[in-house]
Design a protein around this ligand. Structure first.
Ligand code: PHB
Ligand code: FE
Length: 333
C-alpha cells in the first residue's frame, strides 16, 4: 500500500469550535498543536495527527512535567513522547515506532527544556478539572472528562521529593506524618510505623541516620513518582508507591535497578526503538531486576505496592551506551 498523498485536516471546523466552546485552551509548541475535548487530547504535527484518552494523556503529562523530562524517553504511548537531552528536549511523534519510521512519517522537533516545560505546565493546569488528580490512583480521585470545570492547581504543582542526603536528616526533606498531611494509605494500614533507634558514637551524632522507609512510603499520596530519598554522589535511591498502570512507557538511556519492596508489579519490556515486545517480568516482593539501557518498560500494579528504583545519575552514561562503549546490561551470568 502506498503512503496517502493527502494529509487530513487536524480536526474538523465543527470539532475545533466544540473544543473551544468546552472552555479549554489550545496550545502550540513549535509545529505541534494540542487540543482537548470532553474525552480526548488531540495532537497535530507536520504530516500527522494523534489522539489519546485525556486521562492517560494528563497522567503522562504530569510525570513528564514533574520529572523534568526524566531519563531518556518518556513515551506517552507508542507514538507520542519526549526525549531528554538534558538542557534541550525533543518532542517526538512516531520516532520510536517502527511503522512510522519505515513509512518516514515520524516527526521530531527540538526545544529548550525550560520553554517546553512552561507550555506543558500551562496545558496541564488548564486541562485538569477540579477533583481530578493525575498523580493519584484512579480509585482515589475523580474523573477528568467533560467540559472545563475549575482546576486542581495544588495537585498539578506538587514538587517531587528530592533529598540532598537522606529523608529526615536535619535540614533535608522531612518525614511524613498525620500532622504534616500524610495519613497512612488505605492499602498500607498493616505497615509498622515505628522508627529505628540510632545509637551514634560520640562525635558522630549528626552523621548517622536511619528511618523507616516502609512507614514513609505507606504515607505517600501519589503513585508512580520515584522520589530521591537518599543520594550519594550519582547513586540515587528513588522509592515510589505504585497502583494501576505506569502512565508513561519509559525508554531507558542507562541501566536502572528495581527492587520490589512489597506486593507485585508485572512489567512489559519492549525494544526501546521499535517497541517490539522483549519480555514480561513479574516482580514479587524481594525480587531485584536490572532494566537494560536498550529497552522501554511499563509496569502494572494490581494492588498498591512499593518499588525502589535505583538510578545512576552520571551524565556521561547516555552517550557511552549510545556509542556501545558499555553493554546495555550490567551483569553476565
Ligand atoms: C521507570 O520508568 O523506571 C519508572 C518510572 C516511574 C515509576 C517506576 C519506574 O514509578
Ligand atoms: Fe525506567
Amino acid at each position: 500500500m502506498s503512503a496517502p498523498t493527502t494529509v487530513r485536516e487536524p480536526m474538523t471546523k465543527t470539532a475545533l469550535r466544540a473544543a473551544t466552546d468546552l472552555g479549554y485552551k489550545s496550545f502550540t509548541a513549535g509545529k505541534f498543536t494540542f487540543e482537548r475535548d470532553e474525552y480526548f487530547a488531540h495532537i497535530t504535527f507536520p504530516g500527522g495527527r494523534h489522539i489519546m484518552a485525556v486521562d492517560a494523556f494528563l497522567r503522562a503529562l504530569m510525570r513528564d512535567v514533574a520529572w523534568g523530562f526524566f531519563y531518556g524517553t518518556v513515551n506517552f504511548d507508542n507514538v507520542f513522547g519526549t526525549g531528554n537531552h538534558y538542557g534541550t528536549v525533543e518532542r517526538v511523534a512516531g520516532l520510536f515506532n517502527k511503522a512510522y519510521k519505515d513509512a518516514n512519517r515520524h516527526y521530531v522537533e527540538k526545544f529548550q527544556s525550560k520553554d517546553l516545560k512552561a507550555t506543558f505546565e500551562a496545558m496541564l493546569d488548564d486541562w485538569t478539572n477540579e477533583g481530578f488528580d493525575p498523580f493519584a490512583a484512579p480509585e482515589e480521585t475523580g474523573r477528568p472528562f467533560g467540559p472545563k470545570k475549575g482546576n486542581n492547581t495544588a495537585a498539578v504543582q506538587r514538587q517531587r521529593v528530592v533529598a540532598q542526603r537522606m529523608v529526615g536528616i536535619k535540614g533535608d526533606t522531612p518525614h511524613r506524618s498525620d500532622a504534616a498531611g500524610f495519613p497512612v494509605n488505605r492499602q498500607f494500614v498493616d505497615v509498622p510505623q515505628d522508627e529505628p533507634e540510632i545509637h551514634a558514637e560520640p562525635g558522630f551524632e549528626g552523621e548517622v541516620h536511619a528511618f523507616n522507609l516502609y512507614g514513609y512510603l505507606s504515607r505517600s499520596d501519589v503513585t508512580w513518582n520515584p522520589s530521591v530519598c537518599a543520594g550519594v554522589k550519582d547513586s540515587l535511591m528513588c522509592p515510589t508507591t505504585e497502583e494501576y498502570i505506569l502512565p508513561i512507557i519509559h525508554g531507558n538511556d542507562r541501566v536502572e535497578w528495581f527492587i520490589q519492596a512489597s506486593d507485585e508489579i508485572i512489567w512489559d519490556i519492549d525494544d526501546k526503538n521499535t517497541g517490539a515486545p522483549v519480555a514480561k517480568v513479574t516482580m514479587k516482593a524481594g525480587d531485584v531486576a536490572a532494566m537494560p539501557a536498550n529497552i522501554r518498560h511499563r509496569g502494572y500494579s494490581p494492588k498498591r505496592s512499593m518499588l525502589l528504583v535505583w538510578e545512576n545519575n552520571d551524565g556521561r552514561l547516555p552517550s557511552m551506551y549510545a556509542k556501545q562503549e558499555l553493554k546495555p546490561y550490567p551483569v553476565e551470568f
